[in-house]
Structure formats: structure tokens, C-alpha cells
Design a protein around this ligand. Sequence first.
Ligand code: URA
Length: 227
Amino acid sequence: MRRKPANKSEPLVSSKDLSARNIALAANTLADLRRAAAECKACDLWKTGTQTVFGEGASKARIMFVGEQPGDHEDRAGHPFVGPAGKILHKAMAEAGIDDTEVYLTNVVKHFKWSPADRGKRRIHKKPRYSEIHACRPWLDAELRVVRPQVLVCLGATAAQSLLGSDFSVSRQRGQLIESSLAPLVTATLHPSSILRAPDDESRHLQIRAFVDDLKKVARFARKRAA
Ligand code: URA
């Protein structure tokens, strides 16, 4: 739904946003998209995030992983999945036989959304709103158009529900192949950050095993598409 302007003279989107979004629609390279996304002000998250964290990886990757949004580490570094959740993802990929060179990693929202901790300097992750996911969507659509992955993997509920519908249940439907026009094969699994929140070592271990099993399926899908 379009937001109403606060007053009649305020445009709905600034001319800067329009040009960034137009570039998202027209650009044919990841480098052009990344440059344009760095200027994006389509929602307010640019005001509190350090920088846009655009997707990264092989420009013709066979597998695209989509998470929710960059975290604290990613926001500072400017790269996706370089913090604790990213470490779990990369380790699980390696165990599943998925090489870094065949993947593209990105997020449905490309700025870190956070609020200050009650005490101390910690920045606490906040879930993005529908309007923020919607505002960022042209970038993800453009990444899909340029990379054209064979397999699209949604990591966690935010990515899965924004790309596969709000009824999607990761706990019930993880690992299934989902019919979608986004890519030839689309699936969803846990977000690696949920593994970090496991209550004890045993459940963490079980979750890691299940996550690796889902990624092994992804590796098989990708191999089948390549054959
Ligand atoms: N979590 C995400 O969803 N994406 C990142 O890039 C890092 C953590």
C-alpha cells in the first residue's frame, strides 16, 4: 500500500529513490546494482544503518541464499553473512559439499535494523516491517534477474514468508521444493541464527545436523539442474 504524504508538498518518494529504483529495474550488472543500492533511501533504515549491505558472490551462481537482513557484524563490514550466523552457514555449506564459488548470498532487507540495548552499547536486532521488506524488494528482484540462480534458498521465516507467502511455515515445509516463478527450484530452511539461539549443546547439534541435511538436498537439486 502506498504511504500517504505527510503534507501535500512532500513527494511520496524522493527523486534519489526514484533513480535508485529505476537503476534496480534497468541495471544488468551486480556492480551497477550495488552502486545504486548504496544510495537507496526507499525506507528509513538507511538513517540508522552504517551502509547498504548488498548481496555478494558469483555473478552466475547456481545457488542463491536469501536471509533476512544484515546483522551487527555485516552492517559494520559491509558484507553479508560475515558474523556468527554467517560462520554457521559457511561451515554447513562446506559439510554439504557446496562451494563458496557457486553461491550468491543476499538478504530481503539490505540495511541493519536495530535498537539500542537498555544498557551498554549493544545494537539489538529488530525484525523488519512489511513496508521495509517491500521497499527493498526491487533490489532482490534485480539480483534474481541478473544472477538467475538454479536454486533459491530462503533462510528463515522472514525470507520464506516474504518470497513464498505469509502462510509459509519453515518448521513444517523446510526442505520441500516449492513451486515458484522466482527460480527453477525454490526451497526454504532454518535461518542459521536460530541455531545460535538453541537452548543447549544437544539441541544445537541436532539443529546443525538438520540444517546440513537441508543443504545437502540443495546441493543435490543444484547438481540435478546442472546435469
Ligand atoms: N543474518 C542474515 O539474515 N543475513 C546476514 O547477512 C547476516 C545475518
